[in-house]
Design a binder for this molecule. Structure first.
Ligand SMILES: [Zn+2]
Length: 318
């Protein structure tokens, strides 16, 4: 990578409308989380996408599997007033498949609901959007990054989705055994548990973890901030290999965050500090909305886009 190539930095927020950190359990998500996001968007002149799990917005009670967020109506009005600062994206119906947080496909077991069942879920989502007086969004993050190529993306494209933002690969999880044997360790650090292709039906934009998990309710502190910066590209080789299993430098469209990461009292300071750091970085460029993140990503050389069909950047891993 040429050091003059700045890599895009953008965030998309998952788990919108979750009443609690893990949907129905964990700490409550206060309305102030959304106000914090708005304040960030205003401060940095951004339009930040929040992708909503629509079962928690089911005001017309189309389904009995979820209870709507207590402040769903207030939130819908809040977003309507701030449409230029917050993009309304989609993040599944229940965020659940059997005992997992997947919805449409479980890459761990190669299992998922049938096409008919997926279609029914997406139909209910469409009905919920009608109930709340919104069009079906154009941006989607599949729950837990699980989607069935050729099926989920086709059904979503028919509903109106144009952009799917999701993980390109699922990391192989290192075991204790891997740590005891250098050959195993090397293989573990080079392995992916699953790789998703591009979609034939929607624009697929890859994202990555920035080391912030759903239960990071109040991100703060210099240690935490340093850890997060390690995850963000362009990171040094050992971190890239360990944290992302990537041999070569790669780019993403955006990074994953969760609604809970904006809930705590220090969240605004943490996020605004990180955005400032990106703005002042020689290697990163802050995208201000999804359209800008897309154009930054698309303008990058193919060598930075593993598994996009344009290069074989990680050809030695399987
Ligand atoms: Zn999620």
């Amino acid at each position: 990578m040429s050091l003059s190539t700045k890599l895009p930095f953008f965030i998309i927020i998952d788990d919108g409308a979750f009443p609690k950190v893990h949907g129905n359990r964990g700490e409550l998500i206060p309305f102030s989380a959304y106000e914090t996001i708005l304040r960030l968007a205003e401060t940095f002149n951004m339009r930040i996408p929040i992708c909503f799990t629509m079962g928690y917005m089911d005001l017309g009670r189309r389904s009995s599997q979820t209870t709507p967020l207590p402040y769903a109506e207030k939130l819908i009005k809040f977003i309507k007033r701030n449409e230029h600062r917050i993009e309304f994206g989609e993040h599944g119906l229940y965020h659940r498949f059997k005992e997992t947080t997947y919805e449409y496909y479980n890459p761990d077991t190669d299992d998922g609901p049938s096409e008919i069942e997926q279609q029914q879920k997406i139909k209910i989502i469409g009905d919920i959007f009608k109930d709340i007086g919104r069009p079906f969004p154009t941006l989607q993050v599949p729950p837990a990054h699980g989607w069935q190529p050729g099926v989920t993306d086709r059904l979503y494209a028919q509903a109106g989705i144009r952009d799917t933002v999701s993980y390109r690969w699922k990391k192989y999880t290192l075991s204790l055994q891997d740590l005891t044997n250098p050959k195993r360790l090397y293989k573990g650090l080079s392995s992916y548990a699953y790789i998703w292709p591009d979609s034939e039906y929607t624009n697929f934009f890859p994202r990555a973890s920035m080391g912030i998990i759903a239960s990071d309710y109040n991100p703060h502190g210099s240690l935490f901030t340093e850890k997060v910066k390690r995850y963000i590209q362009p990171s040094a080789y050992p971190y890239r290999r360990l944290l992302h299993r990537a041999k070569n430098q790669f780019a993403v469209h955006s990074y994953m965050t969760h609604i809970a990461n904006f809930a705590g009292p220090d969240a605004f300071d943490f996020w605004s500090g990180l955005f400032r750091w990106v703005e002042n970085s020689d290697h990163l460029v802050l995208a201000h909305d999804n359209e800008e993140a897309k154009s930054f990503y698309l303008a990058l050389p193919g060598s930075l886009k593993p598994f996009s069909g344009q290069n074989q950047a990680n050809e030695d891993v399987s």
